[in-house]
Design a protein around this ligand. Structure first.
Ligand SMILES: NC(=O)c1ccc[n+]([C@@H]2O[C@H](COP(=O)([O-])OP(=O)(O)OC[C@H]3O[C@@H](n4cnc5c(N)ncnc54)[C@H](OP(=O)(O)O)[C@@H]3O)[C@@H](O)[C@H]2O)c1
Length: 393
């Protein structure tokens, strides 16, 4: 059966990898809706190649530039503009599958709208789940959406967990989920050097090519913290059931350890097209354009415990899950503001953790059971984090 796919954030790293997988499997998939913030040149290239039914650009000016380019090229593709249009896409009319690949909290409302439409959702935008955890999972249940994890670690866990469905009593025979993380570019740097690290150095990930925000999150290991929260919600696991394992080569993408001593892992070259293709075709398999591992030429695989002195953001994330309520939402908001400030060279690399810590310390926590409360808490945490940056920079 042919599936029409909407890519929320098609011009980003995950969006481009998704389009690559779609183009390799064009008899099964087409790109029906593409969205971006402002990169109209890349969107124009994508329009020429994929002829979507609809394009949404958040930035008005970029939408106008794109429309001009499309008119000049005599391509009749409707372009709509603005955040309202992004948050109110009629998914059911245009697609069967939605890939949620916007970066950050901006992905929350469109992703939730896609969930409400009860479609097949491929989730890359982990921030939306971290912000809205219980509410997000309730909506998935209510709408009967099929939620599949694109994040390579969660995709690996999904592939390594028992195939039979999850019972209320938990995953039968599962001892622990082992969530792996590379440790990023600064794993072996002297601690005293971290303060000097520039945005470009933080974004130079040794194994993965990703957008700048997630690259910085990988360097601080906040990415692993967000993934820990994501894993708790996606697989209904407690914090105690998940162990973080630093694995610098990014060949094993995560593992599940069973009561009988078996450990099942998913392995592969670090390329997001593998989990994207897995989710698109699940439960079948399709070509992702990724070479299988060459075991005779692999570097030795190493594993170590995370060092919280080097990665204070990871500890802050663990504490936020333990605190529960609105703490993960506040953590996520403060992190987004701190990472943006670091990328704009307003604060040092080591001050990212400081901003998040102080923001959490100054916050009150409340249960978040509706979207207005989530957006309010997110907004307050962002202002607070900005105030903290003003004080320390
Ligand atoms: N990259 C990876 O390998 C990877 C792996 C696992 C999970 N993820 C997750 O996937 C998500 C996307 O990551 P990425 O690396 O692909 O990010 P990215 O390269 O920065 O791309 C982000 C996409 O979102 C759009 N966007 C940015 N701000 C927006 C806003 N305010 N409103 C609407 N759209 C906006 C961008 O449009 P413009 O291009 O116009 O700015 C772009 O299409 C993140 O949540 C990340 O944690 C990524």
């Amino acid at each position: 059966m042919h599936s029409r796919v909407c890519i929320l954030g098609s011009t980003g790293s995950i969006g481009c990898s998704s389009l690559d997988v779609i183009s390799r499997n064009s008899e099964r998939y087409s790109a029906s809706i593409l969205t971006a913030h402002s990169n109209y040149q890349k969107m124009f290239e994508q329009c020429k190649r994929f002829s979507p039914e609809l394009v949404v650009m958040v930035c008005d000016k970029s939408a106008k530039m794109l429309t001009q380019l499309l008119n000049d090229a005599e391509l009749e593709i409707p372009v709509v503009a603005g955040i309202e249009q992004l948050n109110n896409i009629d998914f059911a009319e245009h697609c069967e599958v939605v890939i949620a690949a916007i970066v950050g909290a901006a992905g929350l409302l469109p992703t939730l709208a896609a969930v409400k439409a009860g479609l097949k959702i491929l989730l890359a935008n982990k921030e939306s789940l971290v912000m809205s955890g219980d509410l997000f999972m309730q909506q998935v249940k209510q709408s009967n959406a099929c939620l599949l994890p694109v994040d390579s670690e969660h995709n690996a866990i999904f592939q390594s967990l028992p195939a039979e469905s999850h019972s209320k009593a938990g995953w039968s025979g599962v001892k622990k989920v082992l969530l792996t993380g590379s440790g990023g570019p600064f794993l072996k740097e002297p601690l005293s050097e971290l303060v000097t690290k520039t945005p470009d150095q933080a974004c130079a990930h040794p194994n993965w090519e990703m957008g700048r925000k997630i690259s910085v999150d990988s360097a601080t290991m906040m990415n692993k913290g967000l993934e820990l929260i994501e894993a708790c919600y996606l697989f209904n696991l407690s914090l105690q059931q998940i162990q973080i394992v630093v694995h610098p080569q990014s060949i094993i993408h995560s593992m599940v350890s069973y009561d009988d001593g078996s450990v099942i892992s998913q392995m592969g070259n670090p390329d997001m097209r593998t989990p994207i293709a897995h989710c698109l075709a699940w439960p079948e398999r399709i070509d992702a354009g990724v070479e299988p591992l060459d075991f005779f030429n692999l570097k030795p695989l190493e594993f170590e415990e995370p060092d919280f002195e080097r990665f204070p953001c990871l500890l802050l994330a663990i504490k936020a899950i333990e605190t529960g309520a609105s703490a993960p939402c506040i953590l996520n908001a403060a992190n987004e503001i701190a990472v943006a400030a670091f990328l704009a060279e307003r604060i040092k690399f080591t001050q990212i953790a400081e901003v998040i810590k102080i923001t959490l310390e100054r916050s009150n926590f409340e249960n978040l059971d509706n979207i207005d409360a989530i957006l309010r808490v997110d907004g307050q945490a962002r202002s607070l984090a900005e105030t903290v940056i003003g004080e320390i920079s």
